[in-house]
Design a protein around this ligand. Structure first.
Ligand code: F6P
Ligand code: MG
Length: 475
């Protein structure tokens, strides 16, 4: 069932975009968004089942925090659940809220332009989900005690899951340990090409570690099952589009420009895979610097904030946190080596950790033109790696593209923005592009044969993945 609201028409999309961003060039006609009232979209169950669980867990974590007076926050979070379960309208943020968190202005402009009639249970999925996390953030910012303002309500979940993924952590650190001394001396291009592909794959499957999925039918055991080297090998056929070769050629084509950017997704195991990818690039000389782009606020449960990077490195070194791993010298050395090398690169500013408010707006990434400074930064990069599902949804606008649409079409202006984009994404939502004809149908049958009632939901199961590249130089 598609939402019939007037504001969903294509014509109106252009009018709205012109209103919001008058200086951006317009592109071809684009398809509909995904809406929360579409039973054929993962939005439907996300909004009705997963959000309430995520917020209920957040409430428990607020109650058990050691900070004073949690009640106002508990009350506001409860109110938020009540609002979306009762299908209340998405209302603009107040002036006081804008003063506390200026990005609220962006959300208000969108509501003003096209969302006057949006309600929680039928609004566009991408916008409403981003808006939800801003609402959660405000519950903390509005507390009179400033200690709550920087409280990451998902920190406890991030930590406990990272602890449970110990075996994947030890295996990955051991892999880096075994390679690291060779990397700085080995200039064999063929070998580096093979290792590039391996570390890209590791970083890709690291994206299966999205803690917001723990609020659905996915378990920690499921997450562990896609992380080992052996399983990665078996899962090669589950990468449905793979542009690694093009990304490699692009990265190695210009010896002058070797800055790499990673627009991070989840903290914990996925972040570790990204750190190891960065270490590989820097050790081998393929990259001269790696910029990590984090989120400024708690976002989609497990997303990486700046503080999470230092915390993860501390945890790797912490003999109490990873008692078992540190009890054997070989595995202890692996964990320590990764942490020490990452710290060294951070001190020498070859790993640069930053965050920009753009990453927590609801905008799709074609609208990067509205952020001239960030855009010109990213233009200096030899490769901008966008991690994960939400970044993919924002790259493609979270629109109902035919699954055979070329990736470069789906990212619109970005394809000609002079920003080289590499997306590493395990599929956890509806939108997927760049597939060969017949692939969607084949995988849907396969997924149904695995005992799932509706085969089309393969694309939100996290069991398949895509690696998609755009040089940024399309005409
Ligand atoms: O809540 C659902 C969901 O929004 C996904 O569909 C989504 O994009 C995901 O959570 C977060 O995934 P990731 O951490 O890979 O961006
Ligand atoms: Mg995430």
């Amino acid at each position: 069932m598609l939402n019939k609201d007037w504001s969903h028409s294509h014509v109106n999309f252009y009018a709205i975009r012109r209103y919001l961003y008058p200086n951006l060039a317009l592109a071809m006609t684009v398809p509909e968004k995904y809406y929360n009232n579409d039973e054929n979209s993962f939005a439907y169950t996300t909004v009705r089942s997963r959000w309430p669980l995520i917020i209920a867990r957040a409430i428990e974590d607020v109650k058990s925090a050691t900070l004073p007076e949690p009640d106002p926050i508990v009350h506001k979070l409860g109110q938020l659940i009540a609002n979306f379960t009762a299908d209340a309208p998405l209302i603009p943020f107040t002036d006081d809220q804008v003063a506390l968190f200026p990005a609220c202005n962006h959300y208000n402009r969108v509501i003003d332009a096209e969302g006057a009639r949006w309600k929680w249970l039928s609004a566009p999925w991408l916008f409403s989900e981003c808006y939800l996390y801003v609402c959660i953030h405000l519950c903390f910012l509005e507390h009179p005690n400033v200690q709550w303002h920087t409280f990451d309500v998902f920190a406890a979940l991030k930590d406990s899951t990272f602890l449970q993924l110990l075996h994947g952590v030890a295996e990955l650190c051991a892999r880096y340990h075994a390679l690291s001394s060779d990397l700085s001396v080995n200039t064999d291009k063929h070998l580096l090409r093979t290792l590039f592909s391996e570390f890209i794959d590791i970083s890709l499957w690291g994206n299966a570690t999205d803690l917001s999925l723990l609020a659905g039918s996915v378990s920690v055991a499921d997450i562990q099952s896609v992380q080992g080297a052996q399983v990665r090998k078996q899962n090669e056929s589950r990468i449905l589009a793979n542009d690694t070769e093009q990304a490699w050629s692009h990265l190695t084509s210009d010896p002058e420009s070797t800055r790499v950017d990673i627009v991070l997704d989840n903290s914990g195991f996925e972040l570790l895979t990204d750190i190891v990818l960065a270490l590989f690039l820097l050790d081998s000389g393929l990259g001269s610097s790696v910029h990590f782009h984090c989120k400024q606020i708690s976002w989609f449960v497990s997303d990486t904030m700046e503080k999470d990077v230092a915390k993860l490195l501390d945890q790797l070194l912490d003999r109490e946190f990873y008692k078992e791993a540190h009890s054997t010298p070989a595995s202890s050395q692996g964990l320590s080596l990764v942490a020490q090398h990452a710290r060294r690169y951070i001190s020498s500013r070859q790993i640069i950790i930053e965050s920009h408010p753009f990453w927590t707006l609801a905008d799709n990434f074609w609208l990067l033109g509205s952020q001239p400074l960030l855009r010109s930064e990213l233009r200096q990069s030899a490769l901008v790696i966008f991690k994960g599902d939400l970044n993919y949804r924002k790259l493609t606008g979270d629109l109902q593209w035919a699954k055979t649409t070329p990736f470069t079409t789906s990212i619109q202006h970005l394809a000609s923005s002079a920003i080289p984009v590499l997306s590493l994404r395990t599929c956890k939502a509806d939108v997927v592009v760049g597939l060969d004809a017949g692939t969607d149908e084949r995988i849907a049958k396969e997924y149904a044969a695995m005992g799932n009632a509706n085969g089309r939901f393969w694309s939100s199961s996290g069991k398949w993945a895509v690696i998609s590249f755009s040089s940024g130089n399309a005409e």
